[in-house]
Design a protein around this ligand. Structure first.
Ligand code: SAH
Ligand code: SF4
Ligand code: F3S
Length: 467
């Protein structure tokens, strides 16, 4: 279909959750296999892909601004291709091509396998060369060459056999699930990513083995409701156990779990497998039963607290973090206060807090208009929630000063001569050290906290030093 073409450089810029970041790495892997050189700046790239998130309106407006800024680069290089991929591309589709007429390609999360072919096709069309038609590609005419849209969701696309291009380092994300079978009434994810698709057990384990052989020691398994993963007769806890027992793997995490799939079996594996970290991000979303019901979260405050008790009984030291949405349509002030009460009872080590954002096409948009919470009130609730959750986080972290923890050195610190690492319980700690030790594990005494992160100092010699 395509003729010989000069080597091209591609740049991928990703927004959104870890699954989307992992998709960015997947796209880089696919492009590299397709003959592209991956570059780390848009300035030198022939193809610029912005891999987007649609979870809240703010995420989308930010990206639209960024895409228009990137269009500035086309002044000097009119042949440059600008593509928008990911969840916002899927949500807006051809509307995005109308709103940003300089965008050459929109592609949703199930189209990445075809990326090199679609880009070659675009190139041929621009040059007026004969092209074959690629299935599922919609073409729109435009003065300066066509715009292409690839928006088909595909229940069979699991990207089997394709691997991410990962940055060197001790940690790797391994997607085990795509899409979501829930329909939380505020959430766009099921509409832009389709139903849940689970990867095969052996393929996941083989990928983890390969990563361990390359020197990766920390694995994070990814999925929208990652603990609902199952394949044939293998359940998520058994997968977690197998991954945790791969030679060379020292830390395993998983995100995001759905509270309903936190089972006795899962808690037992977490408590007994030494490599599974004593940390869990457990999204609660709200602390009031009427709100949870209208969000269609399928649990109650009581059953959520039972899960938390189960986790803490088996893993007393576990650090729990959460996601909370305030001002869901119809949430009264008393109901919001129930969420503050949940924070005080559950005492999460960290909370990611959001104001409800209306997403077209989701069930919550059909709630009566008068139910929508006044923006000033929503902002006030968010600020109050942040105040309460940061206060609890600071109390917990202050009580942990003096502890000695195993730390995986991940990066340089902000100040020269400092390095930054993470404890098993996902706490960030900065201490004096040389960046050549990134990838090593060491013991660090936590000496001070800002409330959210720690400063510490190394105790004794490092346990292992990376090559
Ligand atoms: N699959 C994960 C969450 C994915 S989205 C889960 O089920 O927990 C990440 C977070 O964004 C959610 O936990 C939720 O707190 C927030 N979020 C999702 N949709 C939102 C919306 N419409 N407005 C505000 N926050 C939202
Ligand atoms: Fe969205 Fe709910 Fe699925 Fe999470 S479980 S991705 S919040 S629909
Ligand atoms: Fe955003 Fe898509 Fe993730 S909407 S949160 S990038 S699944």
């Amino acid at each position: 279909m395509s003729t010989q073409r000069p080597p091209a450089r591609a740049y991928v810029e990703t927004y959104g959750c870890q699954m989307n970041i992992s998709d960015g790495e997947l796209m880089e892997g696919i492009l590299e296999r397709g003959g592209y050189t991956i570059v780390d700046s848009p300035d030198a790239a022939d193809v610029v892909l912005v891999n987007t998130c649609a979870i809240r309106e703010h995420a989308e407006t930010r990206v639209l601004g960024r895409v228009s800024q990137l269009n500035g680069l086309k002044r000097d290089r009119p042949d440059m291709v600008i593509g928008v991929t990911g969840c916002m591309a899927q949500r807006m589709g051809e509307t995005l091509l109308d709103q940003a007429p300089y965008v050459d390609l929109v592609m949703g999360p199930d189209g990445y396998r075809t990326l090199p072919d679609v880009l070659a096709n675009l190139d041929d069309k621009r040059a007026g060369r004969t092209t074959t038609t690629i299935e599922d590609v919609v073409e729109r005419p435009r003065k300066r060459g066509p715009q292409l849209a690839v928006l088909q969701l595909d229940v069979d696309e699991n990207y089997q056999g394709l691997e991410q291009r990962r940055a060197d380092g001790p940690s790797a994300w391994v997607p085990i699930q795509r899409g979501c079978n829930h329909r939380c009434t505020y959430c766009i994810v099921p509409y832009v990513r389709g139903p849940e698709k689970n990867r095969a057990t052996d393929e996941i384990v083989a990928e983890v083995r390969g990563l361990a052989e390359q020197g990766v020691t920390e694995i994070t398994l990814l999925g929208q409701t990652v603990n609902s993963w199952s394949y044939d007769d293998v359940t998520f806890p058994r997968l977690l156990q197998r991954v945790g027992r791969v030679d060379g793997i020292r830390r395993v995490r998983y995100t995001s779990p759905h509270p309903n799939d936190v089972t006795d079996e899962l808690v037992e594996v977490m408590a007994t497998e030494p490599t599974v970290c004593a940390h869990l991000h457990l999204p609660a979303q709200a602390g009031n039963n009427r709100t949870l019901k209208r969000m269609l979260r399928r649990y109650t405050v009581e059953s959520l607290l039972e899960k938390i008790d189960l986790l803490r009984a088996a893993i007393p030291d576990i650090a729990l973090s959460t996601d909370i949405i305030v001002a869901f349509p119809g949430e009264t002030h008393e109901e919001f206060e129930d969420t503050l009460d949940l924070m005080r009872v559950a005492r999460f080590h960290e909370a990611y807090t959001y104001k409800y954002s209306l997403r077209d096409g989701t069930p919550a948009t059909r709630l009566p208009e008068e139910d929508f919470v006044d923006p000033d009130e929503a902002q006030a609730r968010l600020e109050e929630l942040i105040r309460v959750s940061r206060g609890i986080q600071a109390e917990i972290n202050e009580s942990e000063v003096g502890r000695v923890e195993d730390v995986l050195i991940e990066d340089e610190g902000r100040d020269p001569g400092q390095i930054r690492g993470r404890t098993e319980r996902n706490k960030v700690v900065v201490f004096d050290g040389d960046p050549s030790r990134i990838g090593a594990y060491t013991r660090v005494r936590l000496e001070r906290t800002t409330g959210s992160t720690f400063a510490g100092s190394e105790v004794g010699r490092p346990v292992t030093v990376s090559a």
